[in-house]
Write a protein that binds this ligand. Structure first.
Ligand code: DHB
Ligand code: FE
Length: 287
């Protein structure tokens, strides 16, 4: 059977992708940020999964106000990097895993979560920046991401957005789905977006280091309690775009301890301010 071996959590700031693509990663502004991901790149090389289930949000790139799925699972064979206004990022295409994705869709929908099935989708910085941070710079033609990726898009852009509690429950359903897949695949689940940031309105530029670090503490040690945090607290404390953090609870809900297993091992923790308008947080937890 397939199993979830680890979860990875990371911010997805688009300027990080631009800094990598334009070769600015050694500049003084960016160097401390990329230094924080050096252990992670090594960890991923040492712990290469068969599939990454990547929870992310689309930023009105693949979806628009025409169509707003709350939870959408990518079942396609491949996904192209999206053009976000400056051309597509020069990164490899994303290869999917239609067989496992279709199985997870079947299982999770039968567990009463109404997923949208997506057979065609371009992927924006929400998905490509976490991959770049964890895998380093790759040639768009010669290079390839280390394994197939199942994109799982969550609406955290257009209100109403799902609650942290719902996301945490969904992660538990995804774990059961993976564990009922009849192939011995090593699956990692990644939760991305966040941390505190607000890109708009009177509080644009808001960053709340204390709240972010408390979020990291609780994600590690008290995920069920953290899942009770209300939507309004995210917006008040972490800014309007800080709500992206509910996606981390999907990945956390899929870890073994939530289903009665042993507590995960913390392999890496990193927090850095600022990156563009955003606080960057990052964790690696192993089952
Ligand atoms: C920024 C952060 C985001 O999460 C995003 O999607 C776009 C921009 C920023 O910090 O500039
Ligand atoms: Fe974002």
């Amino acid at each position: 059977m397939a199993r979830i071996s680890a979860s990875v959590y990371t911010s997805h700031v688009p300027a990080i992708g631009a800094a990598m693509d334009l070769g600015k990663d050694h500049e003084p502004y960016w160097q401390p940020l990329f230094a924080g991901y050096e252990p992670s790149k090594q960890w991923l090389k040492d712990n290469k999964p068969d599939v990454i289930f990547l929870v992310f949000n689309d930023h009105a790139t693949a979806f628009s106000l025409d169509m707003i799925p709350t939870f959408a699972i990518g079942t396609a064979a491949e996904y192209q990097p999206a053009d976000e206004g400056w051309g597509p990022r020069p990164v490899p295409k994303v290869v999917g895993h239609p067989e496992l994705a279709s199985h997870i869709a079947q299982s999770v929908i039968q567990q009463d979560f109404d997923l949208t099935i997506v057979n065609k989708m371009d992927v924006d910085h929400g998905l490509t920046v976490p991959l770049s941070l964890m895998c380093g710079k790759l040639d768009p033609k010669e290079g390839a991401w280390p394994c197939p990726v199942i994109p799982f898009a969550v609406n955290v852009v257009q209100y109403p957005v799902p609650s942290g509690k719902r996301c945490f429950q969904l992660g538990q359903a995804i774990r059961r789905a993976v564990e009922s897949f009849d192939q011995p695949l090593n699956v990692q689940i990644w939760g991305t977006g966040g941390m505190s940031h607000q890109l708009q309105g009177a509080r644009a530029g808001l960053i709340n280091k204390e709240w972010d670090n408390r979020f990291l503490d609780r994600l590690i040690a008290d995920p069920a309690g953290l899942a009770e945090v209300s939507h309004i607290e995210y917006v008040r404390e972490a800014g309007s775009e800080g709500i992206e953090l509910v996606m981390w609870l999907i990945a956390r809900g899929a870890m073994a301890d939530v289903a009665g297993g042993p507590a995960p091992t913390l392999k890496h923790r990193f927090f850095h301010v600022p990156a563009s308008n955003t606080a960057v947080g990052h964790l690696i937890l192993e089952n």
